[in-house]
Design a protein around this ligand. Structure first.
Ligand SMILES: *[C@@H]1O[C@H](CO)[C@@H](O)[C@H](O)[C@H]1NC(C)=O
Ligand SMILES: *[C@@H]1O[C@H](CO)[C@@H](O)[C@H](O)[C@H]1NC(C)=O
Ligand SMILES: *[C@@H]1O[C@H](CO)[C@@H](O)[C@H](O)[C@H]1NC(C)=O
Length: 355
């Protein structure tokens, strides 16, 4: 069942509101104690007497600053844990290790700066992890180590500038990866390895100027690649040619394109690939050369490039002629020599039949 469907079911069940002596002051317990809502309750730490039957615990919009191994140790039935918009900077190793049924964990809008290996221990059934608006700066191979079942990961609006190779590889079930509004500058080949199920990769609003050739190659299920609002001025044809999917939509708007003939040539080739859809191609604008600034790429006069093509053609033809001529000359010389040899060795003149 999808987490959102699950939530809807839970909420529609929660018709009767029953306060219980088990529930902390400021919390609202509903649905035969399956839902404990402690949002906006000025809590500075997780409440201690949450009913053990609770499946949804909402602690959003409080002032909680740390999560410890004791915080949820008696809430093993939790399926949804909402902690967004607190002041959490410390998550002790193993804090969620008892929550074996947890499907959704929302930690967005906190102050988390590192993800240790102990963070994900026990979260094998987690489907959705929200970590946007935190203070993460780098990811490595331990960051998501135990999240085998994760399908949606939201890391948007952090300060992530470095991602080590294999950071995401434990998550072979991942379908959506949201990395928009971070500080990524280049995409190294290998950072998306093993993400065979990934459908959506959002990299908009970073500082990406440079992508290594094979970086998107492992993403064989990708349907949407968003690279809008980055710092790309050129693209390599092979970077996108290596995307081996059934069909992929690519967004490239808001980059400072250098509208030279190379760029036009690359885009012409890209647009001829049937499985790739450059949805915002008609919205791409030039940044350089200065005379073309703010022009649409599609409006830029292509005559210059035609002139260039003609020049290239002339050069190519000249080179070909020279090479062919050189080869012919070489052949002649060889024949002459051969003839000379025949003269000296056998006195045979009949090798004209070779022609
Ligand atoms: C949030 O936590 C920091 C320390 O991590 C503290 O300095 C700050 O006062 C806290 N803010 C609130 C609103 O509690
Ligand atoms: C990711 O987080 C941002 C900010 O909290 C939110 O607006 C967005 O809807 C989230 N995206 C997904 C797919 O969860
Ligand atoms: C192109 O830009 C226009 C105006 O900003 C916008 O309405 C439209 O959605 C964009 N098209 C695509 C495919 O992003």
């Amino acid at each position: 069942m999808k987490p959102s469907v699950f939530l809807l079911l839970l909420l529609s069940e929660a018709s009767s509101s029953s306060h219980s002596s088990w529930c902390d002051l400021g919390c609202d317990c509903r649905g035969e104690l399956k839902f404990t809502i402690c949002s906006r309750a000025q809590l500075t730490e997780p409440p201690s007497r949450v009913p053990t039957t609770t499946e949804l615990l909402d602690l959003s919009d409080n002032l909680i600053s740390s999560i410890t191994t004791a915080s949820f140790s008696s809430n093993r039935k939790l399926r949804v844990l909402l902690l967004q918009n607190n002041n959490i900077s410390l998550v002790e190793d193993g804090s969620f290790s008892q929550l074996e049924f947890l499907q959704k964990l929302d930690l967005s809008r906190n102050r988390i700066s590192t993800l240790t290996e102990g963070f994900s221990v026990g979260l094998v059934f987690l489907r959705e992890l929200q970590l946007s608006h935190n203070r993460l700066t780098s990811l490595d191979s331990r960051s998501f180590l135990h999240l085998d079942g994760l399908q949606r990961l939201n890391l948007s609006s952090n300060g992530i500038h470095s991602i080590q190779v294999r950071s995401f590889s434990p998550m072979s079930a991942l379908r959506q990866l949201h990395l928009q509004d971070n500080r990524l500058g280049s995409l190294k080949s290998g950072i998306f390895s093993m993400l065979r199920s990934l459908e959506v990769l959002n990299l908009a609003g970073n500082r990406i100027s440079d992508t290594e050739l094979g970086v998107f190659k492992p993403l064989t299920s990708m349907t949407l690649l968003n690279l809008a609002d980055n710092r790309m001025s050129a693209v390599y044809f092979k970077t996108f040619l290596s995307i081996h999917t059934y069909s992929t939509h690519i967004l490239l708007e808001g980059n400072p394109w250098n509208c030279d003939c190379d760029l036009q040539r690359v885009f012409r080739k890209l647009r001829s690939i049937q499985r790739l859809f450059l949805d915002d191609y008609y919205n791409l604008t030039c940044k350089t050369p200065p005379v073309l600034q703010d022009y649409l790429l599609t409006d830029v006069d292509t005559e210059l490039c035609i002139a260039e093509t003609v020049t290239v053609l002339v050069i190519t033809v000249t080179v070909v002629i020279t090479v062919v001529a050189a080869m012919l000359m070489g052949e002649r010389t060889r024949k002459k020599k051969k003839r000379g040899m025949h003269w000296t060795q056998q006195g045979d003149l009949s090798d004209e039949s070779d022609y």
